[in-house]
Design a protein around this ligand. Structure first.
Ligand SMILES: [Zn+2]
Length: 345
């Protein structure tokens, strides 16, 4: 499918919650969002490829059948899209209790056999699947509440492309589903990937809890050809978000182009974005979501600092902090100097 100016057009639906949103998205130059990712190697050196997702979830939306022509209800079904509720423990990310978290993951396929299975799914069914995580850049749109102007912004979507699916049980209520997911929490939401970091991780601390957080994007070379995607898409670029000690290690170990192995879980986060209307200058609030991989362990392969380096760096930082704390204690008027407490009031 090519338009007059040679750019490719791909019809896509990305949100099962928004079945009416069905425009043709203009394919973006993939490198734009990921700049400065210059480490994609084609041909000459191949990197280790790995991208595997295991989900055990409850179907949370009736499967959506996407047809070749949105105008013709009898045209061939080219993709089936559904969403899954999956569960994960958050014990490893700083929480002291055994809290569980639910995430809603999008699953989509264009494979005939898999589509035949997916068409039969219904709300409440329990499904086990294995697949691969696919990402796509595309233009999202937001509309100004003041003047009605609609504008586009760059976004990306992520979905799981199943390679194997199995229907485990049918017609569970949300309560029964939750109990079933809790019993199978270990296999409900699992992803392992190998990819190259597109940049050094960005590091910050959570505003309230102070938990360290690192985020970066990795470039994963595709193992499988995704039939309904462009041939030129040989790479996926998911976001990695790490917390706590892993976040500190990631920040110290990972350099641009470094190869990492991530063993983690999928996190789907909703958040509100703010844009400025191009037409009238008013603020536009838009609810958006992002799919990220939350590691519970990361191995630093080639092009990263070793764990020995990281440990040495952490030791240095600790000594520095202790030294500073000591300095502040003495400077803080411990010897009867009044008023100057070292803290600004
Ligand atoms: Zn406006």
């Amino acid at each position: 499918m090519r338009s007059m100016d040679g750019k490719r057009f791909m019809p896509r639906i990305f949100s099962p919650k928004n079945p009416h949103y069905h425009p043709c998205f203009i394919r973006e130059n993939r490198t734009e969002r990921r700049n400065p990712c210059t480490h994609t190697v084609h041909g000459a050196r191949t990197m280790a490829r790995h991208n595997e997702v295991t989900l055990y979830g409850q179907v949370s939306s009736e499967p959506l059948l996407l047809r070749e022509s949105s105008q013709d209800p009898n045209s061939r079904i080219c993709r089936v899209l559904s969403s899954f509720t999956v569960i994960r423990g958050i014990r490893d990310f700083g929480a002291k209790d055994q809290r569980m978290r639910l995430d809603e993951v999008v699953v989509m396929s264009g494979n005939e056999k898999i589509m035949d299975f997916m068409k039969e799914w219904h709300l409440g069914d329990i499904v086990s699947l294995r697949g691969t995580l696919i990402t796509n850049d595309y233009n999202k749109s937001c509309t100004c509440a003041e003047c009605g102007h609609t504008q586009l912004y760059k976004g990306y979507s992520a979905y799981v492309y199943p390679i194997y699916v199995r229907l485990v049980a049918q017609g569970y209520t949300p309560e029964q589903g939750l109990a079933e997911l809790r019993r199978n929490a270990e296999i409900s939401n699992r992803i392992t990937v190998i990819g190259k970091a597109c940049s050094k991780p960005a590091f910050h601390r959570h505003e309230k809890s102070g938990t360290p957080i690192s985020s970066y994007i990795i470039d994963i070379e595709r193992k499988y050809r995704v039939k309904e995607d462009l041939d030129s898409n040989r790479h996926d670029f998911p976001a990695i978000k790490s917390y706590g000690g892993i976040a500190e290690n990631d920040y110290l170990a990972i350099e641009e182009g470094g190869l990492v192995f991530v063993d983690g879980q999928l996190q789907v986060r909703n958040y509100t974005r703010t844009f400025i209307c191009e037409n009238c200058g008013a603020e536009i609030q838009k609810l958006d979501n992002v799919t990220e991989i939350v590691p519970y362990s990361t191995e630093y392969l080639t092009g990263c600092h070793s764990m020995a380096d990281v440990m040495a760096l952490r030791e240095q930082i600790k000594e520095q902090q202790e030294f500073q704390a000591t300095q502040e204690m003495f400077a803080g008027g411990g010897y009867g100097a009044d008023g100057e407490s070292g803290e600004d009031s």
